[in-house]
Write a protein that binds this ligand. Structure first.
Ligand code: FAD
Length: 425
């Protein structure tokens, strides 16, 4: 079993990083070389700005290169709950931002000719308990009638036509959702940004920022420093660098994935005949899909722990047990890959983007950002050029999380809380 992402093992990595020192001046410094940063760099460079991407490690080594490749529409939170909290109009606009985000990924893949197996597969949200299906059914009129007519309730009697497992009690189908090979998309995004003129520096962690007035900063990295008229913070759940304001608002949480050996066509057709992306309704639930070569990519939170080789292996064993429980018909199928990554969770699981004290930022996708990070990169480029309306997340309050100063000491308690919730509801 390999302890690296399947995506990384089956894509040609970006190899165009700038070998020179970080120096001089640019219009925009983008901090972070994941989807948010690379997408912003591409859009900014296409607008004619001079851009430097400063990445602490390797491009795409963060969540962007480690996720489940689910390019889902729909908000992470139940839209009826969101409407109750924010009002129907706001909830609808947020929901539509995710629709637009899936379109953005498809558009960029097309425009930049990135072969990334993008496919409008649809997503099925699987009810893990009868009560979860009843809740879906209660919210369905609002969702289908007022927000997304391309949704469908799938009752328990039909759910095995979608996902052939004994575990589920119905589901909700979102037709606009898609899937892709994130390794190939990310490398393609980096190549496209560079082709349009962005300079990309790897192994260049930003260690300090000095505000020079307005939005201009001196940006200091381990490989030198540069002056930028504007700075975009696209660092996900970063635990290094001068980002205390963001760290107090984001909880870094591990998420883990295993990938099987390629299934036979017959096995693949048996377990997921419609080849959707799939997520389950539990707080500590699962997400899964088939890769184009028929591997089952099966992920979940597994444990409330951070990612490291030991942690990934432990989580992998928990996920393997979950996979075998969901699909006993796969018998002793081999697990070929196991990896983990860190998601940037906000208290309300909604991302945040805007400007704080001269720094632009787009962060906090809360495990639902493969599409949204790409989209927000594009939108931030427009926002930084003066188009405030381009930010679909504008106006969301973002208070610090009480008692949270960086290290997530409270994670075991959050894990326990969610386990109890999953047991009770
Ligand atoms: C295991 C896993 C599965 C997931 N599955 C899905 C899924 O199927 N669908 C979905 O929608 N979402 C999923 N997500 C979430 C999704 O991957 C993220 O929301 C998205 O990739 C965020 O992109 P980003 O560019 O904002 O952050 P990242 O990809 O994390 O990039 C941030 C970058 O900033 C760099 N950085 C940090 N600090 C500094 C610094 N001081 N200086 C310079 N650089 C710095 C990091 O090295 C990193 O490369 C998953 C996440 C994980 C971990």
């Amino acid at each position: 079993m390999k302890l690296i992402p399947y995506w990384q093992d089956t894509a040609t990595p970006f190899a165009g990083a700038d070998p020179g020192p970080v120096e001089g001046s640019v219009d925009v410094a983008v901090i972070g070389g994941g989807f948010s940063g690379l997408s912003a760099a591409l859009a900014l460079a296409r607008r004619g700005a001079t851009v430097a991407v400063l990445e602490a490690g390797r491009v795409m080594a963060g969540a962007s290169g480690r996720n489940g490749g689910q390019v889902n529409n729909g908000t992470a939170l139940d839209v009826a709950d969101l409407a109750a909290r924010l009002g129907l109009d706001r909830a609808r606009r947020l929901y539509q931002a995710y629709d637009a985000a899936v379109d953005t990924v498809e558009r960029i893949a097309g425009e930049e000719q990135i072969a990334c197996d993008f496919r409008r597969s649809g997503k099925i949200k699987l009810a893990a308990k009868p009560g979860h299906y009843e809740k879906m059914a209660r919210g369905f009129d609002l969702l289908h009638g007022k927000i997304d007519p391309e949704t469908e309730l799938i009752p328990a009697a039909r759910i095995r036509e979608e996902v052939n497992s004994h575990l589920f009690h119905g589901g909700l189908l979102y037709r606009k959702s898609a899937q892709m090979h994130v390794g190939r998309f990310g490398a393609g995004l980096a190549n496209a940004a560079q082709r349009h003129g962005a300079r990309i520096y790897e192994d260049a962690p930003v260690t300090a920022l000095k505000r020079l007035g307005g939005a201009a900063h001196r940006v200091i990295t381990r490989r030198g420093a540069l002056i930028a008229k504007q700075v975009l913070v696209a660092t996900g759940p970063s635990r290094t660098g001068p980002f205390f304001f963001f760290r107090r608002r984001i909880i870094p949480v591990g998420s883990f994935i295993v990938a099987t050996e390629p299934l036979s066509q017959d096995q693949a057709d048996t377990i997921m005949p419609t080849r959707r992306t799939a997520t389950t309704t539990k707080n500590i639930g699962h997400y899964f899909r088939l890769a184009p070569d028929n591997r089952l990519i099966f992920g979940g939170r597994a444990r409330f722990a951070l990612s490291s080789p030991t942690s990934d292996r432990t989580s992998g064993r928990i996920l393997e047990a979950g996979l075998r429980d969901a699909f006993p018909q796969l018998g002793a199928v081999r697990i070929d890959y196991c990896w983990g990554g860190i998601i940037d969770l906000t208290a309300d699981r909604l991302p945040r983007a805007g400007e704080h004290e001269g720094l632009f930022y787009a962060l906090g996708y809360s495990g639902h950002g493969t599409q949204m990070s790409v989209h927000m990169g594009q939108q931030m480029a427009a926002l930084m050029a003066g188009d405030a309306a381009a930010n679909p997340l504008r106006g969301l309050a973002w208070p610090a999380i009480p008692g949270h100063f960086g290290p997530p000491w409270f994670m075991p308690f959050v894990g326990l809380y969610y386990r109890v919730q999953d047991y009770l509801h």
